[in-house]
Design a protein. Structure first.
Length: 549
């Protein structure tokens, strides 16, 4: 069997390694147009910032390694320029010599990945403008940093790559300005969670401009569409990626969402004996069952392995993705899995959301607060997604939630998980369990939540409502939600008699727990429509751009 693989980073090398494990007799050739293979692109921001000291640590394997360990022939600086599915041949150009030749396959794997997009901005090809996609990009940026010693970087786009680079370049002492065309940072998060990230960026000394459009890059900085000039002697464009699918399309391979290659669960494309994997393919979403494009290294490795297995007769199939991801920005971990609230609504779900603010472990063990946004379907109780920001233990919570969602858990199932507890690691009831309890209370136990957005809409509607700040008066005096009355929790039983039992009532405290206790009191006294403000005053303030105390 003759196997040809195009692309030798995460997906291509995984496919090669798995194919070799399954078939010792196969002849496996990988063509890679770049000079670097099987590298950790995810580590590149940390080399720029110096946390990874040696670039070689990101490129531990070379073609000789694959030859000796797997008997796989990786040809670097070889670009596949055409595929002829009828003749089962590819055309290859040796970029070092210019030689062009054809090579025959029985099975072909497209692992061509993705490339950074460059928006149509004047001056975007100037020498001080960079993208960060591969090792070559990384070295170009490092050389620029070393030789030109820039003082101020403008980063266009606030996805995880832009923010990881922001953290690293700020760590070098550079001024950092973030420019985002959407009204929020981190486009994958819902705005209520992105607000925490933006506040943290600003607290860390980064200038953040949202809702702006960059019109031109000049020698001295960038110019926005409204004419504002921002000075910068280095620019990074991190506005997303585009799948490298043109070669496939030219060969008649069907494309799907976002122009990525369509594959089935065995990574088979629409053309016989052609498989695809990694950042060049679309994926099936585990919650919706619909195709989505979520290029991630975690998935690229997995789909590469499945492609390698599938084409050598194995029975591995791909089950789909949740788009689970995590990144660090100035010490804050930002994570998400499954559908966002916005996506859930767009998919026709009626989502119930909660903002659960809890320490990752007891305060006496220096626990740090994390905010978990849980999203569940009101009709079935099924968990749809979660987003977390925090400073400790975010990684394990997002993975527990991703696991739960993968296996179709409902909100009420989270409380019953037998999670590990000891003070250095968690609280007796883990924040994940609380998330389930809050959602379950809202869905099944008549303890509905109201989000800050819903409260604002209610306020705008003109419908009368009673908003009760159940904290101590000193906290109310320091800052409170507009139109709230101060009725401390311990006085609420008495004061409730004087309130309108028919009007909508909303209770709140700092984060939600006492607000829930106040909600219980009013419900017990026969109030008909009582909501607890999700995430309390803290979440409300964050969404309204106020610094949390
Ligand atoms: C800065 C950065 C940080 C990241 N951090 C994370 C992270 O923390 N977590 C995470 O999950 N993911 C992360 N990612 C994403 C992850 O790196 C990618 O998902 C992964 O590299 C995809 O692997 P791939 O093999 O599918 O594609 P690619 O890495 O794009 O590799 C495809 C290769 O195919 C080659 N190729 C294309 N066309 C041809 C052709 N015609 N002939 C020959 N060769 C060709 C290309 O030169 C390229 O080398 C990060 C990415 C970047 C850039």
């Amino acid at each position: 069997m003759r196997i040809i693989i195009i692309g030798a980073v995460a997906a291509g090398t995984s496919a090669a390694a798995k194919a070799r494990r399954n078939r010792e007799d196969a002849q496996i050739t990988v063509y890679e147009k770049d000079s670097d293979i099987s590298y950790s692109g995810c580590g590149m921001p940390y080399y720029l910032g110096g946390e990874v000291e040696n670039a070689d640590a990101l490129t531990p394997r070379d073609p000789a390694y694959f030859q000796s360990k797997y008997n796989v022939d990786i040809r670097i600086r070889h670009e596949v320029t055409a595929i002829d599915p009828a003749a089962r041949k590819v055309t290859v150009r040796n970029l070092a010599t210019g030689e062009v030749f054809t090579d025959a396959y029985d099975k072909l794997v497209l692992a061509t990945g993705a490339r950074a997009t460059l928006p149509p901005i004047d001056g975007v090809t100037r020498p001080h403008v960079f993208t960060l996609r591969n090792i070559g990009d990384m070295h170009r940026i490092k050389t620029f940093l070393t030789e030109r010693q820039p003082n101020h970087v403008a980063i266009i786009g606030t996805g995880f790559i832009g923010l990881e680079v922001a953290e690293n370049l700020k760590g070098l002492g550079m001024a950092v300005t973030l420019l985002e065309k959407l009204p929020q940072v981190t486009p994958g998060l819902d705005p209520d969670m992105a607000a925490h990230v933006q506040a943290h960026l600003e607290k860390s000394g980064v200038a953040v401009h949202t809702g702006v459009s960059v019109q031109a890059v000049t020698d001295t900085g960038v110019t926005l569409a409204d004419g504002t000039a921002i000075s910068a002697d280095m620019v990074l464009v991190s506005t997303g990626v585009k799948p490298n699918a043109e070669l496939a399309a030219a060969a008649g391979v069907a494309l799907g969402v976002a122009g990525a290659i369509r594959v089935d669960a065995r990574m088979q494309t629409s053309v016989p004996d052609i498989y695809a994997c990694g950042d060049c393919i679309e994926h099936t979403h585990l919650v919706t069952g619909k195709p989505v494009y979520r290029p991630l290294g975690s998935t690229a490795n997995k789909t590469g392995r499945i492609a390698g297995d599938s084409l050598t007769g194995g029975d591995l199939t791909f089950r789909g993705i949740l788009g689970t991801g995590i990144f660090r920005v100035f010490g804050m971990a930002v994570a998400q899995t499954g559908l966002s609230e916005r996506e859930a609504r767009a998919e026709g779900f009626d989502p119930v959301v909660c903002h659960n603010i809890k320490p990752d472990r007891p305060e006496y063990m220096h626990g740090q607060e994390m905010i978990i946004k849980g999203i569940a379907d009101r009709t079935t109780g099924r968990l749809l997604g979660a987003q977390i920001v925090g400073f400790g233990g975010v990684d394990k919570r997002i993975d527990v939630l991703a696991t739960a969602i993968t296996f179709g858990a409902k909100a009420e199932d989270l409380f019953h998980l037998d999670l590990a507890y000891a003070p250095p690691f968690a609280t007796t009831k883990d924040p994940v369990m609380y998330t389930g309890m809050i959602l379950e209370n809202a869905i099944h136990r008549g303890r509905p939540l109201m989000t800050a957005v819903e409260l604002d809409a209610l306020s705008d509607s003109g419908e009368p409502y009673t908003l009760i700040d159940a904290r101590v008066p000193a906290q109310y005096d320091k800052r409170h939600v507009p139109h709230a009355v101060s009725i401390p929790h311990e006085k609420l039983r008495e004061a409730a008699e004087t309130l309108d039992h028919e009007a909508v009532a909303i209770t709140y405290c700092n984060k939600g727990t006492t607000g829930n206790a106040a909600q219980n009191i009013l419900l017990g006294k026969g109030f008909k429509r009582v909501y607890n403000l999700s995430g309390g005053e803290k979440q409300y303030a964050a969404e309204h751009g106020k610094k949390n105390q």
